[in-house]
Structure formats: structure tokens, C-alpha cells
Ligand binder design. Structure first.
Ligand code: MF3
Ligand code: CO
Length: 270
């Protein structure tokens, strides 16, 4: 069942999404080689709570194996759902940080991939193209288009045009009072297929794009998803409200990018 949000609800969701953006911008100010991802997660957890939010990932999932941290921090060949840990970041690492927050009962959920130091040209290009593909998907999040139009746009730009691997096992999703709502938003598919989009649908669009093949596996912890070939993977995610004419992006990369550009330890791939 798809829940359509009214304008008042959209404004509340914008606040939730923007708190995620501000949290990611805080992280972008401090990321540097030698820092552990566990430390980063602690900063994230503290920032969310200081701003009256609840970290929605913590405790999410099966009761037998709930997700244990405030953020997913996925380094290099980790695609998504990486556990923050005590390993130090080093020059050339790429790091996807995915954060979910409940604020005033509404969810925000988005992600950004940073490069510590200077990654290879090949990896710089992967980051740039994956971010571009997210915006190409967002351009299709219009009333009376279909989910397949978003999916096709992302797959076209990444897989068909650049030969990257588009992860099939994980997809974007509706977002609202729940972290995961209908409809699913795959990053691959046919134009004109799937659910018809309506004004007021809020979608978390999140391309997960591998430098090598599309194949992934989940580690023994039940969460960490990695590429099978050990090559790097990039993940960007925005919260988007479907509209007529132009989609409304509720989250905001500009504040994250500003912090990224001003942090000499990070490499801005645009
Ligand atoms: N952005 C991811 C998603 O929407 C993050 C979920 S992590 C989890 O699926 F821990 F909450 F599962
Ligand atoms: Co998501």
C-alpha cells in the first residue's frame, strides 16, 4: 500500500530529510585518514540526538539480528549496510555513509559517498557517474511516469553507458512514517513499467553501483553487503517527493558538498 503525503506532511518530511543532510555535512567537516568509522558513527549518533532525532537504523530489522548502529558506513568493496568498526580510514578509501532519522514521527533516509584523499581516476569517475545517475532518476520522478522510468534512467547511465554493475538485490523504497514503504524503487528496469507515480509519493532513490560486476554477497553478520569481485561500490541516496513538472528533492546535497569542498582531506568528484 502506497501512502500519499499531503503538503503539511511533506514539509515535516523535508525537516527529517534535512536533518540527515545536516548530519552528513557535520561528518564531511571532520572526515580524515586515521579516523575510525566507529568514531564517525558516534558523532552521527550524538548529532542526531542533539537535534531531537531518533536514529532509525539502530534496532531495525529482524528481532534476532537487529541493525546495531546509528549509521551504515560502507568502505570500498562494501556496497551497503557496513558496520562502523575500529579500522582506521586511509588515503584512497571511499566511504558511503547512510543515515536514517525519525523526527516528529517522519523518516528521513539518505546517503552520500566520500573519497578520503585522492582515489584513482577510475574510482573518481564511478563516484561522479553514480551521483549523476541519481539525478537522472530524480528527473523521472514525475506525476504519471512509472517506477520503471526512474529505474531505466539509472541503469542506462551506469550500466549501459559506462559498463558498471547495477546491484539487483537491493532497491530504493517509499518513505514516510515507516523507513520502508511501497513501492520498491529498483535501479534497473524497463521504461513505462511498474507503479504509476502520483504527486505526494515520497521515494528514497538510491543507486548502488559497482565498478566491476553487479554480483554481491552478504557477510556472516547478516548485514554487510560486499561486491563478489572485491572491487569498489558507490552509493548515493536522496529523498524525493513526486510532483508535476519537477520532482521535489527533500534532502540537500549542497550543504554536504560545501563541507566536502572545504575539507582538504576529502576529494570532491564532480
Ligand atoms: N538506506 C538503507 C535502506 O533504506 C538503509 C537501511 S539500513 C538498516 O534500506 F539498518 F536500517 F536496515
Ligand atoms: Co534507503
Amino acid at each position: 500500500m502506497i501512502y500519499i503525503k499531503n503538503e503539511e506532511q511533506i514539509e515535516l518530511m523535508r525537516k527529517s530529510a534535512l536533518l540527515v543532510s545536516h548530519t552528513l555535512a557535520e561528518v564531511a567537516k571532520i572526515l580524515k585518514p586515521g579516523m575510525t568509522t566507529l568514531y564517525v558513527d558516534n558523532v552521527i549518533d550524538g548529532f542526531i540526538k542533539d537535534h531531537q532525532g531518533i536514529p532509525s537504523f539502530k534496532g531495525y530489522g529482524p528481532v534476532t539480528n537487529p541493525y546495531p548502529f546509528a549509521s551504515c558506513i560502507s568502505v570500498n568493496d562494501v556496497v551497503v549496510h557496513g558496520f562502523p568498526n575500529k579500522k582506521e580510514l586511509k588515503e584512497g578509501d571511499i566511504i558511503s555513509i547512510d543515515i536514517g532519522i525519525i523526527l516528529n514521527k517522519w523518516h528521513g533516509d539518505h546517503a552520500y559517498t566520500f573519497a578520503i584523499g585522492e582515489p584513482s581516476k577510475e574510482v573518481q569517475q564511478l563516484i561522479k557517474i553514480t551521483k549523476e545517475s541519481l539525478y537522472k532518476g530524480i528527473e523521472k520522478a514525475l506525476e504519471n511516469n512509472r517506477i520503471g522510468d526512474i529505474a531505466y534512467a539509472i541503469q542506462e547511465h551506469t550500466e549501459k553507458k559506462h559498463g558498471y554493475g547495477v546491484v539487483r538485490e537491493l532497491v530504493g523504497h517509499g518513505l514516510g512514517k515507516n523507513l520502508h514503504e511501497d513501492p520498491q524503487v529498483p535501479n534497473y528496469g524497463k521504461r513505462g513499467s511498474g507503479t504509476k507515480l502520483k504527486t505526494g509519493m515520497v521515494l528514497a532513490i538510491e543507486p548502488m553501483i559497482n565498478l566491476g560486476t553487479k554480483d554481491v554477497f552478504t557477510e556472516m553478520d547478516g548485514w554487510t553487503v560486499k561486491t563478489k569481485d572485491g572491487k569498489v561500490s558507490v552509493h548515493f541516496e536522496h529523498d524525493v517527493c513526486v510532483k508535476k513538472g519537477k520532482a521535489d528533492v527533500l534532502s540537500d546535497y549542497s550543504i554536504i558538498e560545501e563541507a566536502e569542498i572545504n575539507n582538504p582531506e576529502l576529494f570532491f568528484c564532480n
